[in-house]
Structures are given as C-alpha cells and as structure tokens.
Design a protein around this ligand. Structure first.
Ligand SMILES: *Cc1c(COP(=O)(O)O)cnc(C)c1O
Length: 433
C-alpha cells in the first residue's frame, strides 16, 4: 500500500511554481527523468509472504492498479504537495471524488451541510442520489451569517461542503467562517477548490480539512482527460471529534485495523483508498494521470494569464451598454470583493458570467455569433469557450424556473482562455452585434 509521508522541510520551502514542476515523480539513479506511464494492472513479487504484507497494509508497494499505480501515485503526491496535504487519492472524475470524500465519513442516517452555491452535479449528487442512500443534505446560503448557518448543523451532521469559487454562480466562499462552523461542531470542512486551483488559493491555509477537485478543469488545463482528486490536510482530529467510528474503531473488512491508530493523521486518506476505492473502483487510469501531470507542470503559468484575461473581459463587458450585468469575482464592484482580496489575492480565475441585454434570444444570438470562443459544455481550459445554459444544459426550463435556480435566461458563462486578450475581446465585441 502507498505510504503517506509527513510534509517534509523540503516541501515547505519549495515555492508553488517549483512544486508544479518538481513534485511527484522523483527518479532514482538511472530511472527515466520524465514520469513514465506504468500501463500495468498488476505487479510481480518473489514470494507470497511479501504480497501478504502488502495486503495487510504492513509494507509499501503496489499490487493492483485499482488500489494504486506508480504513475497515479506520483501525481497524487504532487497534488498533495501543491495543496499542502499529507496525501491524495486520484479518481476517475470530479464527481467520483466528491462522492468518495463524502461516503468516507457519512453513512445512512447522517447529514451533510452544503453551500447552495455549488456545481450542478454536486447539487444532484447530494440532493437526489445520496438522499436515496439515506444521507440527507441541508443546503444553506453561503452568504448567511454564522448564527443563521449554525442552525443547519445538527448532531447527525458529519461534514460541511462548499466551493472556493462556485461553478457557475461564481460565489466566493468565506472559508474561515465555514471552518469555524465545522470545527465548533467537531466535523470537517470539505472545500471543492476546482476553479481556484492551489495556485490561487490553498484552502488548508484557511482551516479547511479536506480539499477536492475536478482535475478535468484547470489542473489538467487542456480538456484532454477527466479526473478528480481528494486531498487530506491531515489536520482534523478524528479521535477527539468522537463522531467517526469508521475511522476510530476496527474495520472488520481489513483484519480489524483501526485507521487512526495505524495511520495517524493519514487515517482519512488511507481509509478512502483501502476501503472505498477497493470496493467501488473509480480509480484514475495511468494514461490520464500522465496527461494530468503534464497539465500541472504549467499551472503556475496558466492561472495568472487566465485571471488577467478574465479581468480584462469583465472590465470590457461592464462598460458595454449591450450587456446588462457582469459577474466576475475580481471586479471591484463584485459584492464578494473583500473575500476575493483575502482568499484570492493573486487572481480570481478565468470564468466570467454576464447577461446580454435583450434576454434569452439575444444571448443565444450572441453565442452563435462568437467565432474564436467555441460553444462547449466544458469550462476552465486553455481555449476560450462559452455556454448559454438556457439553450443548452437548462433548455427544458421556463424563464421562471431558470430564475428560481439562479440561472438567468440571458446568462452566458464565458470561460476565458489564455489566447491574446485583444483577440478574445474583439470576438466578443463582434458577437454582441
Ligand atoms: C466540473 C466540476 C465537478 C465535476 O467534475 P467532473 O470531472 O466533470 O466529474 C465538480 N465540481 C466543480 C466545481 C466542477 O466545476
């Protein structure tokens, strides 16, 4: 089984730009300089006792790619280093990461408190699918004050979940407020850091306990491979909390191992792999991990450019009479400006949303007139792309239903790429007619 190492001095002193390039794959003498793709389901051992030690979690090594693979493990260790965690587990998609992160500590009868400003897939996962398995979610307005929010937490609540910058509403989470709420109730805060990436914000530094990502977005950065990751800060004290028997009492499916006893502050990230990945099998393929690794090598070059370009687009749109409103966290007029200054001082990422004056039809017309920006469902990669939810992902809804779920009929979600900013703005200018 993969052993999780404590954060070393070396990891702490390296700057994030260096970590993007150097963390993860560390070849020994004569080994390939670049992370190889270990395209193998299985691993050979000289005798069965050695293999037995791996199954007993006593030795460090690989035995089956559903549980761990050297290519995948190298990228996991890079992502853990980027966020400042003790360990990480890659998954086949962002959805799989969210599902596993919750299921690792919540069972039938437990509750989750979740910000209502979250990705639609997360909203359905919690509101519909996990509900069927007996895990109930209370959605809260993330901008409510501490006292109002605390009414949503009860003695069966096992975690709180929110997004640093929410997709698609672009709300900014007050991570410290939510971390306090979680810790006052002896439960962890899980933050989906997909849109910010560890380059722009590291939620562990503000008190979050677990970070998840859809790596399909900026971490990959090129829209080539789906993936997700769960990263453990190692800071939450599961024993002291007294609410997580799955981590603090014997696991009969693993020879009665007690995760907190055997793995210390890597208990959560060890259990999620040895128990949940073993049973559910939503692992990332070595090929996708290789591609993800290439993407992360330039994260520190791409994120400043995405943020800069998005800011320029937002400023252009804000001044334009053909546009009725603009939402971009980085704009001085944004209602979350104080939170942006605190949590996102190096940029507010690449996604802008705006309303075209003239409603649903005008927005659709604008979208169709774009030529550089492609119409795609995806967001957050190198190429500028756009989506009109009212005529795509939400097309079955009436204008009233759209308003009720916070997606205005005239809304265009614009994911600003890293092309030359003048070309992006010229394209938008022409499309607005
Ligand atoms: C896209 C996205 C997800 C889901 O990730 P997939 O890789 O598409 O499964 C989860 N959270 C956020 C914030 C996202 O943007």
């Amino acid at each position: 089984m993969v052993q999780y190492t404590k954060i070393t001095y070396e990891v702490i002193i390296l700057k994030i730009e260096t970590k993007c390039i150097q963390e993860g794959w560390k070849p020994k003498n004569g080994e390939p300089r670049v992370l190889p793709i270990y395209q193998s389901t299985t691993y050979k051992y000289d005798n069965s006792a050695e293999m037995g030690d791996l199954f007993d979690l006593k030795a460090d090594g690989f035995f089956y790619t559903r549980l761990a693979n050297p290519t995948v493990a190298a990228v996991e260790s890079k992502l853990a280093a980027l966020e400042g965690g003790v360990g990480a587990m890659l998954t086949s998609s962002g959805q799989a990461a969210t599902t596993m992160a919750i299921m690792n500590i919540a069972s039938a009868g437990d509750n989750v408190v979740c910000s209502s400003a979250v990705y639609g897939g997360t909203f359905n996962l919690l509101g519909v699918t996990l509900e069927k398995f007996g895990i109930h979610t209370t959605f809260v307005n993330p901008d409510d004050d501490y006292d109002t929010l605390s009414k949503a937490v009860n003695d069966r609540t096992r975690l709180i979940l929110g997004e640093t910058i929410s997709n698609p509403s672009l709300n900014v989470l007050d991570i410290e407020k939510f971390a306090k709420l979680a810790h006052d109730n002896n439960i962890p805060l899980i933050v989906d850091n997909t849109f910010a990436t560890p380059y722009l914000c590291r939620p562990f530094e503000w008190g979050a306990d677990i970070v998840i990502h859809s790596t399909s977005k900026y971490l990959d950065g090129h829209a080539v491979s789906l993936g997700g990751v769960v990263i453990d800060s190692g800071k939450f004290d599961w024993e002291a909390a007294g609410k997580f028997p799955e981590l603090t009492t014997p696991d009969e499916s693993y020879h009665g191992i007690i995760y907190t006893e055997s793995f210390g502050n890597a208990a959560y990230i060890t259990k999620i792999r040895t128990q949940l990945m073993r049973d559910i099998g939503v692992m990332m393929s070595p090929q996708n991990a290789f591609l993800l690794n290439l993407g992360t090598e330039t994260l520190h070059l791409r994120m400043p450019r995405h943020s800069e370009n998005a800011m320029a687009v937002a400023e252009f749109l804000e001044k334009d009479p053909r546009v009725s409103w603009v939402t971009y966290p980085g704009l001085p007029s944004n209602p979350h400006k104080a939170l942006v200054d605190k949590y996102l001082p190096n940029g507010a990422s690449g996604v802008v949303s705006f309303g075209v004056d003239g409603g649903r039809e005008a927005a659709e017309k604008c979208l169709n007139a774009l030529s550089l920006a492609a119409i795609v469902t995806h967001v957050a990669d190198a190429r500028t792309c756009a989506l009109h939810p009212a005529s795509a992902t939400h097309r079955q809804l009436t204008d009233q239903q759209l308003k009720d779920c916070g997606v205005k009929p005239e809304l265009i979600r614009f994911s600003v790429g890293i092309e030359n900013i003048d070309d992006i703005i010229e394209d938008l200018d022409k499309a607005l007619g």
